[in-house]
Write a protein that binds this ligand. Structure first.
Ligand SMILES: Cc1cc2nc3c(=O)[nH]c(=O)nc-3n(C[C@H](O)[C@H](O)[C@H](O)COP(=O)(O)OP(=O)(O)OC[C@H]3O[C@@H](n4cnc5c(N)ncnc54)[C@H](O)[C@@H]3O)c2cc1C
Length: 439
């Protein structure tokens, strides 16, 4: 059996591990076009701020890779030739496959305004982007950041950490309006301002001005101009669909897969940010840009490719992240609608988060410690935990386990309910069950 994996990301690596767990002799070829190979993309944010050395972003050492016994080709796949069951590579001979995995991830939606090709226009997809940003980030410079979601703030914080003056421009009235509620957005905005960031609401860049091929300022829709040396953007991501489109695979916003991560061609699988998989929580097929689902999908695809039929059961998506320095866990469905700063989803984001059905909100909060629960008829649909993370793990388990919350539902929704205490007490009665299931 000859397995070919396109994409050296977490989905591709997890697939190789799963294949090897079942098939010790089949040939595995991994084709990837990132010169840095496999590293933690979420870790790029901490590399930018200087909290992590780039060496800390590589989760596998040479010995781990050797044990997996696969051939690695640094190359770009230019076409999938389904009739020949092979993939065409740039500047290298084609490679034949019996089973193929497309795990090519997603890329930043480009900023389409005049001047976007100037030196000093920055994005954050790859290690090479992070190194490029660090080359430009110098004390005394001024940067404008546009976009939304987690990556926009990672750009803001990364630039601030190197002494760059930062203006953060939002097209709408508040930060990440279809995931956070008003109070949560304001907490984040206040913290950004306290960190020295200048915020501009209802500000849209329509042109980037340049001098000598470099960014020198921006023009806004309201006619205002702002001088700057750098323009960093994170306005959303899009799955890389070119290969799948050319090969005639079934597509929607991502590559459509069944519960076995199989495309409409039974020998071709897709996993990770590029795949659109069924989500039982929302009853739809959705895109995620999250490390854990990408790993789980890669693993499930690998098992199926090696012959063990295994269904992918998507858990409610969650992310434990940092927003303006504040640890924040987002679980399940928490918002709805459109955010003016993003086209679709961003990095570290899930479409599920904004598919909220009718539900009630239970919330509590003081200063930066805030807890918001989305309460369904019998279960919790989602939660946002900001600051104090004591309830992050219990809520992940209560939501993913679809635990019946009837015993506490009424108390949770009562005026001035002590939501955190009610959840903590309820968890204490359920915790041993979960721990037992883990063993
Ligand atoms: C800055 C940043 C912050 C993030 N923050 C978080 C977070 O807080 N929490 C979280 O859960 N997730 C986060 N993510 C998202 C997470 O990293 C992704 O969901 C995950 O890496 C997706 O893995 P993947 O294997 O599907 O794709 P990727 O990791 O994107 O890997 C795909 C690989 O395929 C390669 N490739 C593409 N086209 C070709 C081709 N034609 N030929 C050969 N190779 C090709 C690409 O170069 C890339 O190396 C973040 C990502 C970034 C970039």
């Amino acid at each position: 059996m000859k397995y070919v994996i396109i994409g050296v990301g977490v989905a591709g690596m997890a697939a190789i591990e799963a294949i090897r767990s079942l098939d010790s002799s089949g040939e595995i070829i991994l084709v990837g076009d990132d010169p840095y190979g496999f590293y933690s993309r979420p870790g790029l944010a901490y590399f930018l701020t200087g909290e992590l050395h780039d060496k800390a972003l590589f989760p596998r050492n040479a010995e781990d890779m050797r044990k997996l016994n696969f051939r690695y080709l640094t190359a770009r796949v230019t076409r999938i030739l389904r009739k020949d069951r092979s993939v065409e590579l740039e500047n290298q001979p084609a490679v034949a496959y019996d089973r193929l995995l497309v795990a090519v991830g997603a890329q930043a939606v480009p900023l389409e305004v005049p001047g976007a090709d100037l030196e000093g226009v920055l994005k954050l997809d790859h290690m090479s982007d992070a190194k490029h940003i660090l080359k430009h980030a110098r004390r005394g410079k001024t940067a404008i950041v546009v976009g939304g979601g987690i990556t926009a703030l990672e750009l803001v914080e990364g630039l601030r950490a190197h002494g760059v003056r930062v203006h953060y421009l939002l097209r709408g009235d508040r930060y990440w309006s279809n995931v956070l509620d008003e109070q949560e957005s304001r907490i984040i905005e206040r913290r950004l301002q306290e960190a020295g960031v200048t915020l501009h609401h209802r500000a849209e860049v329509i042109e980037i001005a340049g001098r000598g091929g470099r960014v020198s300022g921006v023009r806004l829709l309201n006619g205002q101009t702002l001088p700057c040396d750098l323009l960093a953007y994170a306005i959303g991501i899009r799955p890389r669909l070119d290969l799948a489109k050319q090969a005639g695979l079934a597509l929607d916003r991502g590559i459509l897969v069944n519960e076995y991560l199989q495309t409409n061609d039974p020998d071709i699988y897709a996993a990770g940010d590029v795949a659109q998989a069924y989500d039982p929580l929302s009853g739809r097929s959705v895109l995620d840009s999250l490390w854990t689902p990408a790993r789980q999908q890669g693993q499930t695809a690998g098992l199926n490719m090696a012959g063990r039929k295994t269904a992918y059961i998507k858990a409610p998506p969650f992310n434990i992240t940092r927003l303006a320095g504040l640890t924040t866990t987002i679980i399940g469905t928490v918002g709805r609608g459109r955010d003016e700063d993003l086209v679709g989803i961003a990095r570290g984001d899930s479409e599920t988060w904004r598919q909220l059905p009718d539900s009630m909100v239970a919330q509590t909060g003081f200063d930066v410690n805030r807890l918001r629960l989305l309460v369904g008829e019998q279960t919790l649909l989602g939660a946002i935990v900001m600051g104090d993370q004591k309830l992050s793990f219990p809520l992940q388990k209560l939501i993913s386990g679809r635990v019946d919350i009837s015993p506490i539902r009424e108390r949770l929704l009562a005026p001035n309910a002590e939501v955190a205490n009610i959840v903590a007490d309820f968890w204490a009665t359920r915790e041993s069950q979960f721990r037992a299931n883990l063993q």
